[in-house]
Design a binder for this molecule. Structure first.
Ligand code: ATP
Ligand code: MG
Length: 263
């Protein structure tokens, strides 16, 4: 297998006629972890949902390619099959579907017919990953995310990530709601995946996650695009100084929360 490559070029995304993503560019290669930081409401989650094909998000311009293949042409399930994974900021609860069944069908959807993962192998792998994440095995038989605490949902997203072994993962605020010990455990899980065949995009507000998962690149997103990029040091500076200095540097006017500039 060759190293994966995700290429996002000049992406523009609208929600209900309002442009949220305004010319977003990013390339992630296997072996790399990128972090995106940025004020609330600047389009980080919108970007993640648009890449995964959420129907509410209309791509009006630009392209997304995974290993040279046009992602925007793919159906939502085809994107997962192609090796994309999204851990959502607010994971949904699915009643009536157990966590284990959900993951097993997701794994099998990526495999050819007749080559499904055996139940034994699946269970062994799930138990091993749950061990890594210090999760109670009982979570495998509960309905997906139903009644899970905030932190449990986040940990469960990472369990899915470890089970799916995608080429490129987008992790949206995977650290929010995690207690200090859970943050370390989850980071260990993600670090275990690091290697030439995996690329990650971590959306976070806090440097503390990046203490455990050192990013190769850090990007600041404002007003729907990347306005500054750097290495792990940039995240440290943001933690102490906030975003004002970047706004001043770029002459960006403050936007009220919820107020979107029309393009
Ligand atoms: N489904 C939607 N309908 C209407 N507006 C939306 C929808 N989804 C997002 N928006 C708007 O798009 C903008 C960007 O939202 P988004 O969730 O991408 O921000 P974010 O950068 O992830 O913020 P946060 O750091 O708070 O998670 C916000 O102004 C939000 O209100
Ligand atoms: Mg968000």
């Amino acid at each position: 297998m060759s190293a994966p490559n995700l290429k996002i070029e000049n992406l523009h995304v609208e929600i209900d006629g309002t442009e949220i993503i305004k010319g977003f560019n990013l390339e992630i290669n296997g072996g790399e972890i990128h972090a995106i930081m940025g004020p609330n409401g600047t389009g980080k989650s919108t970007l993640a949902s648009a890449i995964m094909g959420h129907p509410k998000y209309e791509i009006t311009k630009g392209s997304v390619h995974l290993d040279g293949k046009d992602v925007l042409e793919m159906e939502v399930d085809e994107r997962a099959q192609a090796g994309l994974f999204l851990a959502m900021q607010y994971p949904s609860e699915i009643s009536g579907v157990t966590n284990a069944d959900f993951m097993r069908s997701a794994i099998n959807a990526k495999r050819e017919e007749g080559n499904e993962i055996s139940l034994m192998k699946f269970i062994r792998k799930m138990e091993e990953k749950m061990e890594t994440l210090e999760m109670d095995q009982a979570f495998s038989q509960r309905y997906l995310n139903e009644g899970f605490s905030g932190g449990e949902k986040k940990r469960n997203e990472i369990l899915q990530l470890l089970m799916m072994e995608p080429k490129i993962a987008v992790l949206d605020e995977i650290d929010s709601g995690l207690d200090i010990d859970a943050l370390k455990v989850v980071s260990t899980g993600i670090n275990d995946l690091r290697g030439p065949e995996f690329g990650g995009l971590i959306i976070t507000h806090y440097q503390r996650l990046l203490n455990y998962i050192t990013p190769d690149k850090v990007h600041v997103m404002m007003q729907g695009r990347i306005v500054k990029s750097g290495d792990a040091e940039l995240a440290k500076r943001l933690e102490t100084e906030g975003y004002e200095w970047i706004k001043e540097e770029l002459g960006i006017e403050d936007e009220r929360v919820g107020q979107q500039q029309q393009a």
